[in-house]
Design a protein around this ligand. Structure first.
Ligand SMILES: CC(C)(COP(=O)(O)OP(=O)(O)OC[C@H]1O[C@@H](n2cnc3c(N)ncnc32)[C@H](O)[C@@H]1OP(=O)(O)O)[C@@H](O)C(=O)NCCC(=O)NCCS
Length: 236
């Protein structure tokens, strides 16, 4: 399982807490999606950079209309202009939708950024790839690798030697113990726990698996499986 980015590199990878308190290096953030998660990421961005970064929601052209959400303009994606002064983030909670939206932004030549809330704890040995979002109150310890466009929602804990593959989603309050490899496009529901693997035998969650809210995963999971309950059993 490739637990890093699809192009083999950690594009715009940042060393953990280097974003917080730093100059953003760009002036405008396009947030793809103007729903609840979009408003959350607008708030998150203001928590990191205050008014140094202007915000603009972008949506598929069919959904636009002249409107504002929380005083932020909503514009068609096709109007977004690639520039070294702008970045994008995708604010869609579902990994497959996030993947499609990111591909559209990439095709326009827009550059992704990562967003890491100032109240995230992480070691200098944790890596976060472009497009990833780490929300308030999460703790990522050491030798953790977060792939492209991964979303780690509020209050998650991720222990040592964990890798999360591109476009995977951790809902609020997910806990992942050490030596766990989460594949790509995995969805983990609110409050789920994944127990530890070992250096010799990491616990592996296969690509595209779904872990139900509140589940406790005690062993490796096949790609595409739906696991639920305590201990988690395969439902599909
Ligand atoms: C796992 C989940 C995605 C499955 O949804 P679904 O595809 O519609 O599946 P179903 O509701 O048909 O459930 C399939 C089976 O899993 C069981 N199941 C689903 N969620 C469960 C849960 N959280 N705990 C225990 N069992 C669960 C169902 O009872 C059903 O079991 P059965 O086949 O024995 O009757 C959904 O239940 C879930 O937990 N979502 C998490 C939502 C969340 O955390 N969102 C965060 C937003 S920020």
């Amino acid at each position: 399982m490739n637990i890093h980015s699809e192009n083999g590199s950690m594009r715009e990878s940042v060393a953990c807490n280097l974003l917080v308190g730093m100059e953003p290096g760009f002036k405008l953030l396009y947030i793809f999606g103007a729903g609840g998660h979009g408003r959350e990421l607008a708030w998150l961005t203001s928590q990191i950079w205050g008014s140094k970064v202007a915000l603009c929601f972008v949506v598929d052209d069919a959904f636009v209309g002249n409107r504002k959400v929380d005083d932020i303009s909503v514009r068609p994606l096709s109007s977004a202009e690639p520039s070294t002064d702008s970045r994008f983030i995708v604010a869609l909670g579902q990994g497959a939708a996030r993947r499609r939206a990111a591909a559209k932004c990439d095709a326009l030549g827009l550059l992704p950024t990562a967003l890491i809330h100032p109240r995230v704890e992480m070691s200098a040995r944790t890596r976060v790839a472009g497009g990833a979002v780490i929300c308030a109150g999460s703790i990522l310890t050491t030798n953790v690798s977060i792939g492209e466009h991964v979303h780690v929602n509020i209050g998650c804990t991720i222990s040592h030697d964990v890798a999360i593959g591109d476009f995977s989603t951790l809902s609020p309050g997910v806990h992942i113990s050490g030596h766990v490899h989460v594949g790509r496009d995995v969805f983990i529901g609110t409050g789920a726990s994944i127990i530890n693997g070992s250096a010799a035998e990491p616990l592996v969650i296969g690509d595209g698996a779904v872990i139900a809210a509140g589940a406790c995963v005690t062993r490796s999971v096949d790609p595409g499986a739906l696991m639920a309950g305590v201990p988690a059993i395969r439902k599909r």
